[in-house]
Design a binder for this molecule. Structure first.
Ligand code: BTN
Length: 331
């Protein structure tokens, strides 16, 4: 596990090389800039190589970063983050049961707003409504973000929609035309790309913490899905026809999420609701809804000011706060 709030010298060397892109950077420039001896720079480059970074060293030219390992650890993610809170403390694991379970434990023990738990593999990944979230090792994005919003429990459900808008924005920026199925599934051409599992602890008048567990199919290939998911799931790579750099995408999700959390904290739910409506693939559709206490069918008309789904049924307008939506025919 890696836990650190401040970049170490190794990360700084890596950041320097990453910033130079395809260019060589001289050992002298790195040592001057970072206040390290040339031997120390060499030692850090060697340590980075041992972790899977491919770094060319050419006499009289310097170092050049050729390849970074496809991992979501501190070293890969930190240089890409442009957030003020989210991911500033990162808990990275090769394998866990569920990142949500780890994040909940950390939150109970006092973890700060924005701490992120990320894993290359989950042995007990959980989906909404008791389902399993399966994801092959090192292919996708499975992470959980601890939030400490200043909200009464009655408004906590808004964060689920904040997260879906932010995630949808990041996916669209990656060139994949996703839409949101209420409340927070991301679908592309009718197939599931990503899901969000929100869990929280609250006092009677205030939310203590929220854990947003996000699972995105990033580089999983069609044949790697379990047979029952093959026809109903997709990944960014399948949609784009090429692999997607996971660390870059993870950083983009955190940046988008922070942007929307800030907007929500400043302006409340209305702009989130507006964006959610614009990204929705649910509204205007005939739907079958499995709510906790009943099943109903009708046309999804809107989301209300609390994020509940409003469904026009033969019996009248029904308000659904939590449930599963199946999209039937377009209207
Ligand atoms: C769903 O669509 O049902 C929600 C899926 C959420 C999966 C993510 S993966 C990271 C985090 N850890 C978990 O165990 N679940 C969430």
């Amino acid at each position: 596990m890696i836990e650190s709030a401040r970049p170490g010298s190794e990360e700084l060397v890596l950041g320097f090389l990453a910033e130079a892109g395809d260019e060589f950077v001289s050992g002298e420039a790195i040592s001057d800039k970072l206040g390290l001896s040339r031997a120390a720079v060499w030692k850090h480059v060697d340590a980075l190589r041992a972790q899977g970074y491919r770094i060319d060293a050419v006499p009289a030219r310097g170092y050049r970063l050729m390849e970074i390992p496809d991992r979501l650890g501190e070293l890969e993610l930190r240089p890409l983050l442009n957030t003020h809170d989210l991911g500033q403390v990162l808990h990275w694991f090769e394998e866990v049961g569920s990142t949500n379970d780890i994040a909940k434990r950390l939150a109970d023990d006092g973890a700060a707003h924005g701490e992120v738990v990320v894993a290359e593999a989950q042995t007990a990944g959980r989906g909404r409504r008791g389902r399993v979230w399966a994801s092959p090792t090192g292919r996708n994005l499975t992470f959980s973000i601890i939030l400490r919003p200043d909200l009464p429990p009655s408004r906590a459900s808004e964060l689920t929609l904040v997260a879906s808008v932010a995630l949808c924005q990041a996916v669209r920026q990656a060139g994949v035309p996703a839409g949101i199925k209420w409340p927070n599934d991301l679908l592309v051409h009718g197939r599931k790309l990503a899901g969000i599992l929100t869990e929280l602890a609250a006092d009677p008048d205030r939310v203590q913490w929220v854990v947003l567990g996000i699972g995105v199919n990033v580089n999983v290939r069609a044949e790697e899905f379990p047979a029952e998911l093959r026809d109903i799931a997709t990944s960014l790579a399948m949609e784009r026809g090429e692999p997607v750099p996971r660390a870059l995408f993870a950083a983009a999700v955190l940046s988008s999420l922070e942007e929307w959390l800030d907007r929500h904290a400043e302006d409340g739910f209305p702009p989130v609701r507006e964006a959610w409506r614009a990204m929705s693939i649910t509204l205007g559709r005939e739907v079958r809804v499995r709510a906790s206490d009943r099943d109903l069918e009708g046309v999804a008309e809107d989301v209300d000011e609390a994020g509940a789904l409003l469904v026009r049924t033969p019996a009248g307008l029904e308000r659904v706060l939590a449930g599963d939506v199946e999209l039937l025919r377009p209207r």
